[in-house]
Design a protein around this ligand. Structure first.
Ligand code: CS2
Length: 497
């Protein structure tokens, strides 16, 4: 994880990547073709994880390299100071490592000009958000930061949200920051920024708008109305597989650079960004970075959530139960690979027409087979309660509505339940985490039969809440969980063959 307190052993690269040392980079390493000091910020990005640094920040780096000067990024972490501590001494520079099989390309990215840590100084992030030059706010805060209740509405019982409602001038949550900053801008007569969610949520912009309007309406009903009327929330689909950086990555990259980089990011060659065209205050010329601008993102988003992310969750939970540490290892397991094929067969008929899902799944298989990416099954397994509704439950509901089968889809819910139960038994207790962990632990301890367990899990996660199809979905998940408990993952996979 973090690079703060590491004691490096072995071959010593002592100089650090920074503006002062970047000219010493070897020829094969690409670097920013512009002077970061000549760039002014136009974007505030919230959620400074590896995904942002391997995706949106790279597209902006392309735009800056092409001569755009006023779309630099101020990036903020909502929780920890780790990334800022690693990157600030490097003037925000970091290395992007693109890996495929034995090949690796290195590129130093320079689009992040300033890094803020929200809990240290919320006023500073608010100041960045309210500056008139900030015309765009992008988010990668993960599904759970949207504070959705099981039924998708705003979770008004969430402790952080209650804290923000009590002290809206000193926010903690992303909704709190956006609402406060928009309130300040509107009262100062500054046009509202555009908000671009880059998280894996269905209709991410529309979902964020609904939640933010609900939150802001609790702070001040007039603010909720103004946000609903005056702020643009384009939807977008983002796609790039970004495994967490390892110590081995750090060491390999330092040797190649001849400079230490405390927090490089590794990724695959594939990258896709499809964005709805709705930017009243303008936007970077993303087309030059290969971004696709469209009127309606939904077909792209549903295909990606249901085929890529749905398969990822299946690979993660079945893979964990079968003892596989990485996606490539799990997908190399014939039973799991076959399962994913049959999962795709059930998800594909639920997709809107227009795109070719078979071209997409062929490409996905190639991407999952990339053994250079050490993409851990435990990384994807995290936050299943937040991910499965759009990846698995939504296509299952759509399949049933068409009278089509959904048993493979519901097997993923069973595998999630079994993987949660396996923690502290065949898997280490904290192997992955979930916001519902306390409730999931209580359910696991009860040791009830499959049907009762599945009903409790559906209740806790809000799966198919209020839907007439819920008993049918529960029955399918319970059948798969029963099989998993009795025959294990190998038995379950053999059964579906
Ligand atoms: C993954 C995604 O961790 C997960 O849940 O399914 O992060 C996935 O790698 C990205 O969405 C790929 O674009």
């Amino acid at each position: 994880m973090g690079g703060r307190d590491r004691r490096r052993q072995g071959p010593l690269v002592t100089r650090r990547l920074s503006n002062a040392t970047r000219e010493t980079l070897p020829d094969g390493v690409a670097r920013p073709a512009y002077d970061g000091r000549a760039v002014s910020p136009g974007i505030v990005h919230i959620g400074l994880g590896a995904f942002h640094r391997a995706h949106q920040a790279v597209a902006i780096d392309d735009c800056l390299a092409a001569g755009e000067r006023d779309w630099g990024i101020v990036a903020a972490s909502l929780r920890s100071a780790e990334t800022r501590d690693a990157l600030a001494p490097q003037d925000g520079l970091y290395t992007l490592s693109v890996r495929d099989g034995a090949a690796e390309r290195l590129r130093v990215v320079g689009s992040i000009g300033e890094i803020l840590v929200a809990p240290e100084d919320p006023a500073r992030l608010l100041a960045a958000l309210t500056r008139p030059a900030t015309r765009l706010v992008t988010l990668t805060v993960t599904e759970k930061a949207y504070l959705r209740a099981g039924d998708g509405s705003l979770d008004i019982d969430h402790a952080d949200l209650r804290a923000d409602l009590a002290q809206p001038q000193r926010p903690k949550t992303v909704l709190g920051f956006l609402a406060r900053a928009l309130a300040e801008r509107l009262s100062a007569g500054t046009p509202p920024f555009t908000v671009l969610s880059c998280d894996n949520l269905p209709e991410n912009g529309t979902t964020l708008r609904r939640l933010l309007v609900a939150y802001a309406g609790l702070v001040d009903p007039a603010l909720g109305d103004r946000i609903a009327a005056d702020v643009a929330f384009p939807c977008c689909m983002v796609d790039r597989i970004v495994p967490a950086t390892t110590e081995e990555d750090r060491d390999r990259i330092a040797s190649a650079l001849g400079l230490e980089d405390r927090w490089p990011v590794t990724t695959e060659p594939f990258s896709q960004w499809v964005v709805e065209e709705a930017f009243p205050l303008g936007r970077p010329g993303w087309e030059r970075a290969g971004v696709t601008m469209v009127d309606d993102v939904r077909p792209f988003e549903e295909m990606k959530l249901r085929l890529l992310n749905g398969a990822h969750s299946a690979i993660a939970y079945l893979g964990l139960l079968a003892g596989h540490e990485t996606v490539a290892a799990a997908f190399g397991d014939v039973g799991i690979r076959r399962f994913v094929g049959s999962l795709w067969e059930q998800a594909i008929p639920t997709l809107p027409d227009g795109l070719d899902p078979y071209v997409y799944t062929n490409e996905l298989a190639r991407r999952f087979d990339n053994t250079a990416l050490k993409h851990r099954t435990a990384q994807i397994a995290t936050d299943g309660s937040q991910k499965l509704p759009q990846r698995i439950v939504a296509p299952a509901l759509a399949a049933l509505a068409k009278g089509a089968p959904a048993d493979r889809l519901m097997t993923v819910v069973a595998a999630w339940t079994a993987a949660c139960e396996a923690r502290g038994r065949s898997l280490p207790a904290g192997h992955f985490s979930d916001p519902l962990d306390a409730r999931l632990a209580t359910i696991a301890e009860r040791g009830a039969g499959a049907a009762e367990t599945v009903a409790a899990v559906f209740d806790a996660a809000g799966f198919a809440a209020g839907r007439a199809e819920r008993p049918r979905l529960e029955a399918l998940a319970a059948e798969a969980l029963g099989l998993l408990r009795v025959r294990g993952v190998a038995g379950l996979l053999a059964e579906g063959a």
